[in-house]
Design a protein around this ligand. Structure first.
Ligand code: 13P
Length: 248
């Protein structure tokens, strides 16, 4: 049985005041020792959030990481720094990074390697655009995104990470993938990994992200290959996020 994960991606939202209220409610309301719960605030709030969470079971994650280990990379944050401030997880290849900041599959794979190399758990985000889905290319796209990481890091590297299938057309749109659509892609991803290493494929956690809410979490998480969720908008509302964790 794979332990489910519910991770909140706060994106570039929140403030110290809003975060404090949200964390208070999450720490006070969380009642799930069978689910791994993670929050991913913006870099500047990591230390505040670490302090608020240090005596709680909620883990800390970041939203991005530099592919380089250290040096003259103004504006970037390294995997070692994230580890230093208490992060356990980091998102890599979020669709907003891929589409708005031009991150390609190779850069995302290097970020995955950098995170893993420093003892972070990378959450590798994968997903197709609407036009790609309509053209019947969903599995081709996520297969290519996954292969870039496997080619650079080896299939063993997936044992130390998590996948998150986030169809771009479902992110922030209120239009989630149906449980069957999510299941089909998750099963495909697991099979791709399983063909190379059956044990790693069977143990791999694959999260679904894209308009997950309290009202649809249960039916998504009930699918056999959906091992939890990566939550955007609803992770900023404590009652919604706690209900999603409870659904997991
Ligand atoms: P929403 O839950 O707001 O659709 O965002 C999903 C997401 O991008 C999480 O990384």
């Amino acid at each position: 049985m794979r332990r489910k994960i519910v991770a909140g991606n706060w994106k570039m939202l929140g403030s110290r005041t809003e975060n404090a209220a949200l964390l208070d409610a999450l720490v006070g309301g969380l009642n799930a020792d069978t689910v791994t719960c993670v929050v991913c605030p913006p870099f500047v709030y990591l230390h505040d959030v670490w302090r608020a969470l240090r005596d709680s079971p909620i883990a800390l994650g970041a939203q991005d990481v530099c592919a380089e280990a250290q040096g003259a990379y103004t504006g970037e944050v390294s995997a070692a720094m994230l580890k230093d401030v208490g992060c356990e997880y980091v998102l890599v290849g979020h669709s907003e990074r891929r589409t708005l900041y031009g991150e390609d599959d190779q850069l995302v794979a290097r970020k995955y390697a950098a995170a893993l190399g420093r003892g972070l758990i990378p959450i590798l985000c994968l997903g197709e655009q609407l036009a790609e889905r309509e053209a019947g290319q969903s599995t081709q796209v996520v297969g290519r995104q996954l292969a870039a990481v496997v080619n650079l890091c080896g299939v063993q590297a997936l044992a130390g990470g998590v996948l998150a299938y986030e169809p771009v057309w479902a992110i922030g749109t209120g239009r989630n993938a149906s449980p069957e659509q999510a299941q089909a892609i998750h099963a495909f991803l697991r099979e791709q990994v399983g063909q190379q290493d059956a044990k790693i494929g069977a143990g791999l956690r694959i999260l679904y992200g894209g308009s997950v809410k309290a009202g649809n979490a249960r039916e998504l998480f009930d699918m056999p290959d959906v091992d939890g969720g990566l939550i955007g908008g609803a992770s900023l509302k404590s009652d919604e996020f706690l209900a999603i964790v409870a659904a997991a």
